[in-house]
Design a protein around this ligand. Sequence first.
Ligand code: CTP
Ligand code: MG
Length: 230
Amino acid sequence: MSTAAIIPAAGLGLRLGGEEPKAFREVGGESLLVHAVRGLRAATAADLACFVVAVPAGTEDDVHKLLEPYVGSAVLRVVAGGAERTDSVRLALELVPVDGIDCVLVHDAARSFVPVEVIERVVLAVRSGAPAVVPVIPVTDTIKRIDPGGMVVDTPDRSALVAVQTPQGFEPNLLRRAHAGTVAGATDDAMLCERLGVTVRTVAGSEDAFKVTRPRDLILAESILSERRT
Ligand code: CTP
Ligand code: MG
């Protein structure tokens, strides 16, 4: 049995700005997408048989050529993404082989520097029987719930809150069922599983698995990369 990786990389990166979609922005001379693929490959325990990458429409052929050298013996499929992240994941999921896969990872191209150990923890938890697994880190800010007028409703106990990262790992048929239902308002794939009544397991994430979102994040990304290269 093997793992398949879905990489949603079809976003425009509006908060990051710049000329090209976020996944193609370079850090240390390589695109965020290449860094993400390399990280997944490096997690040997992940035993990756297949990559399905969702990209901006019209870039499929170029991305296929770009990524081919990095996927080793894994099958590479590149598909045009959809309007929302969930649409991109669903379109990619349709290309994940039905046979021989016991774990599907969904990993944001923008979380390009997730450490190998985090990926391995997620895969191991799925293989140990958890149908849905997310890497998490503690939140450092106090989080408040507010009403539409901006007034504070309440303050959840911070010790019971975590920030969720990717890769998220799933038993393949659960992920298919999750995406077959209504996806409105879902901001991650685990949330769709929760809606089915499935209990989602957490494993330790990493600060390095942050999502490149705003221009300053590129500075942090460069710094993580240069630390790793020394
Ligand atoms: N994504 C996608 N398809 C979309 C929107 C997002 O595949 N329609 C991907 C992005 O490429 C990214 C991941 O989902 O790898 C997380 O999304 P986010 O960080 O929000 O990226 P963008 O949507 O590109 O950025 P922004 O929201 O700033 O425009
Ligand atoms: Mg977005």
